[in-house]
Design a protein around this ligand. Sequence first.
Ligand code: MRU
Length: 350
Amino acid sequence: MTDIPGYDTIRWDNDQVVLIDQRRLPEEEIYLSCTDYREVVDAIRTLAIRGAPAIGVAAAMAAALGALRFPHTDIDGFRRHFRDVCQVIGTARPTAVNLTWALERMMSLVAANVHPDSSALKTRLVAEAKAILQEDIAINRQIGVLGQELIHDGDTVLTHCNAGGLATGGYGTAVGVIRAAWEAGKKIHVLVDETRPILQGARLTAWEMMKLGIPHTLITDNAAAALMANGKVNVIVVGADRIAANGDAANKIGTYGVAVVAQYHRIPFYVAAPRSTFDFTLSDGSQIPIEERDPEEVTHIRGRRIAPEGCRALNLAFDVTPHGLISGIITEKSVCRPPLPQSVSALRQA
Ligand code: MRU
């Protein structure tokens, strides 16, 4: 559940993966039902489902779907089939590490299996995918509990992209923090960056704010710096797609610029993310793979060309905010405070 009454980001339903089609929001609230894991992969690639934790849940459910489609019971054949399925799912999107994290969790069950028949393992894989969804919702709520302490009554909070219920199993990371502050009775106002080129802020975060009844104002990405300069922003909370061992954090393109301006104006800049978004194998953010998407997402808006015919465009989907610009990383375990290389290392041991 997104925890917004009447909406699920993603659910497992009668051996189908059902997800709200985020490409169609906010105009239409339509669900896609996937019976084949390749349909889920396509949904991830085309942003029908997006946001790092939601991609992780979708990957796990895609793997479970793939497992169910194996028509035999022999375990060696199943292992080969499942490895191939996970390989395909693993290529869906490169930056959000939650995808790899979820697949590794599913593959570890297969590796640990001792039964000669794959039937019980298939059931176990479906249960694991469902558990990943439920755990993600609980984790987000806990991020909210810890993070809302950083938001004060009367604050104006700026957020970039969509790190809400739609980007997770439910409740949200950055939006979860905002939401928990609102639910705690704090009178806050949210500035929602529209987030070019796909407009996750305008289409999705604003949609969530409307559903939740949280006061908000949609702004162009270009307006964020001026509003910070004018003293209109008290605190910033964003999500992350992958966080390196030193605390450098990849998030939606434009996040880095927000963080630079925030530091210039001494505005606290927080990242909210579950532990599954940390990639402790990478020493710093320069090693995070940055997705480059179709230039048409820049030259066109909703299928309509806005740039001249033949105009070249570069479409970097993410950027990396160096840890020195981050005031804290809010996780379900604790808030990592600067110096982040040390506090993230402590989180790893926890
Ligand atoms: O390209 P997207 O829409 O998948 O990018 C999403 C983001 O950048 C989110 O901020 C991030 O995944 C955190 S989601 C809780």
